[in-house]
Design a binder for this molecule. Structure first.
Ligand SMILES: *Cc1c(COP(=O)(O)O)cnc(C)c1O
Length: 457
C-alpha cells in the first residue's frame, strides 16, 4: 500500500506567520486565555474549527465568478436547490447564511416552553437556539459514546432504548422532533450508523414525531457507513446519503463544513405547511427565499462543494489524515477520544491533566498549553462549553473534558500535521506543570466564545 496522498495540488498559497514562545505567552494573557480572542495572524496552525475554513477548489472559484446575483430567481439558487434535492431528496430547500440561521428559523417555529428536542448530541448553537425558544434539548448518546477510550464503529449513535423511555415518560405531544447530528461533532466527530437512523425512524413513526438530521458532516458520516457498516462497502457515497436522508422529514446544514464553502447553510424540509412558515420567517430574518442571506456566488460555490465532498478519493484522504494524528499520539500514549472521528482529534483533557479539577477547566488549560508550546489553536469542548450552574452557583461539569483539534478541509499538508503531533507530544511530556484556570467574565449563552480567564499558576 502506498501513502494516501492529498488528492489535490496547490495553486494559491497563504503565508503562516511565526511567533516565539515569549510572544505567545504575552498574546495568550492579552486574550484572557480564550483562544477565540487570539488574532488569527498570531496562530501558527489553526485548528479552532473546520467551519468556513476550507480551501475552495478551482472549480468553486470559477463558480464564484459565474454566480448570478439576481435578487429573485437567481440561476445559482436553482443549481443549489437541485444539488441539495439530489442529495437529500427534500422538497423544500431554504438557503440561510449559516447553519445556526436555519436552526433559529426551525426552532422559532417548532420550539417553545415545555417542549423537547431529543438528539444523539446537540451541537452548541443548536442547543442554544432550542433553549432560546424556551424548549429543552436532551442528549441521549449511546453507552459506547460515553467512554472516551473505547473503540467502537458508531459511537455517535443515539440510545434507542433511552429515546423510547423518554418519549414514554414525557408523552409524544411534548416532543418537537428527534434530531440526529451526523457526524456527532460535540461527541468526538463519531459517526451514526444507518441501522441506528432506521431504528430511530421506527420510533418516530410509532409516536408520529418528526426526524431531522443535522447534516453538517453528512459526507464524512456516509464514508464511515461505507467503510464500517455491513452492506454498504460497494455503494457510492451519494446512494448512502440518499438513503440516510430518506428517513428524515428535514435537515439543517452548515455549508461551512461538508460543502467546502466559507459561508452558507440551508434548511430542507418535506412538509409544506412547515416550509411555508419557515420561508415567511426567512424573509424577515435572512432574505428572499432564492438567496436567504447569501450572495448568488455563495450558492454556486456550495452547489459545487456538495458535489466535490462526496468524491471517495477526497473522503479517503480526509479520514486518513485524522486517523494519522491518532496513530502518532498512540505511539506515546496521549489520551484522546477513540477512534478518531471524521473532522478532528479530541484530546481527553480529563485523562491528560488529571490534577486539574473540572471547575478549573482542564480543557481550556490544555488549549492554552498547546498555544504556548507551538502556536496551535484548538477549542475546549467540555465544562466550559456545556457546563451548567446549580441553583447554588456550583458548576455541574460536562461528562467529558475534551479539546477539539479540528482540521480544516484541504488546507494543511502532512508536514503541518506532523508538527501538530510533535507539539501535542511535547505538551504531554510537560503535563504535570500545567495549571488550571479561573473564569473572571462570562455570558449566559454560549459563554465559551467570550469568557475571560486568569491562570491559577
Ligand atoms: C457548525 C455546526 C452547526 C452550526 O453551523 P454554523 O454555520 O456555524 O452556524 C450546527 N451543527 C453542527 C453539528 C455544527 O458542526
Amino acid at each position: 500500500m502506498h501513502t494516501i496522498i492529498e488528492p489535490f495540488k496547490i495553486k494559491s498559497v497563504e503565508p503562516i506567520y511565526f511567533t516565539t514562545r515569549e510572544e505567545r505567552i504575552r498574546i495568550l494573557e492579552e486574550a484572557s486565555y480564550n483562544p477565540f480572542l487570539i488574532k488569527a495572524r498570531d496562530v501558527i496552525i489553526d485548528l479552532l474549527t473546520d467551519s468556513g475554513t476550507s480551501a475552495m477548489s478551482s472549480d468553486q472559484w470559477a463558480g464564484i465568478m459565474k454566480g448570478d446575483e439576481s435578487y429573485a430567481g437567481s440561476s445559482s439558487f436553482f443549481r443549489f436547490e437541485a444539488e441539495v434535492r439530489k442529495i437529500t431528496g427534500m422538497k423544500w430547500v431554504i438557503p440561510t447564511h449559516q447553519g445556526r440561521a436555519a436552526e433559529k428559523i426551525l426552532f422559532s417555529i417548532t420550539g417553545g416552553k415545555g417542549k423537547y428536542v431529543l438528539s444523539n448530541t446537540l451541537f452548541d448553537t443548536t442547543r442554544a437556539n432550542i433553549e432560546f425558544s424556551g424548549a429543552d434539548g436532551i442528549d441521549l448518546i449511546c453507552e459506547e459514546g460515553k467512554q472516551a477510550s473505547l473503540i467502537a464503529p458508531f459511537k455517535g449513535n443515539i440510545n434507542v432504548a433511552a429515546l423510547n423511555q423518554f418519549i414514554a415518560d414525557k408523552g409524544a405531544s411534548s416532543i418537537v422532533m428527534v434530531m440526529i447530528t451526523v457526524t456527532n461533532n460535540s461527541g468526538g466527530g463519531q459517526p451514526v450508523s444507518m441501522e441506528n437512523i432506521r431504528a430511530t425512524r421506527a420510533v418516530c413513526d410509532q409516536y408520529e414525531i418528526p426526524l431531522f438530521i443535522d447534516a453538517c458532516r453528512f459526507a464524512e458520516n456516509c464514508f464511515f457507513i461505507q467503510q464500517r457498516e455491513i452492506g454498504y462497502r460497494d455503494k457510492p457515497i451519494i446512494d448512502i446519503a440518499r438513503e440516510l436522508f430518506s428517513y428524515a422529514d428535514g435537515c439543517t446544514m452548515s455549508a461551512k463544513k461538508d460543502a467546502f464553502a466559507n459561508i452558507g447553510g440551508f434548511l430542507a424540509l418535506q412538509n409544506d405547511q412547515l416550509a411555508m412558515e419557515c420561508r415567511n420567517l426567512l424573509i424577515i430574518t435572512e432574505g428572499f427565499p432564492t438567496y436567504g442571506g447569501l450572495a448568488g456566488r455563495d450558492l454556486e460555490a456550495i452547489a459545487i462543494g456538495l458535489e466535490e465532498v462526496m468524491q471517495e478519493d477526497y473522503l479517503k484522504y480526509r479520514i486518513r489524515s485524522i486517523e494519522y494524528i491518532g496513530e502518532k499520539l498512540d505511539s506515546v500514549g496521549v489520551p484522546y477520544l477513540k477512534p478518531t472521528g471524521g473532522h478532528a482529534v479530541y484530546l481527553d483533557a480529563k485523562a491528560f491533566l488529571p490534577h486539574i479539577p473540572p471547575h478549573q477547566y482542564p480543557g481550556q488549560a490544555l488549549c492554552a498549553a498547546l498555544y504556548i508550546e507551538g502556536g496551535i489553536r484548538g477549542v475546549e469542548i467540555g465544562s466550559l462549553m456545556f457546563g451548567k450552574y446549580s441553583p447554588e452557583g456550583q458548576l455541574i461539569p460536562h461528562q467529558m473534558e475534551l479539546v477539539r483539534l479540528a482540521v480544516p478541509r484541504r488546507v494543511y499538508t502532512q508536514s503541518h500535521i506532523d508538527y501538530v503531533a510533535e507539539v501535542i507530544i511535547e505538551v504531554f511530556r510537560k503535563r504535570e506543570s500545567i495549571r488550571g484556570l479561573k473564569i473572571v467574565y462570562e455570558t449566559p449563552y454560549l459563554r465559551h466564545f467570550t469568557a475571560k480567564f486568569k491562570s491559577l499558576a
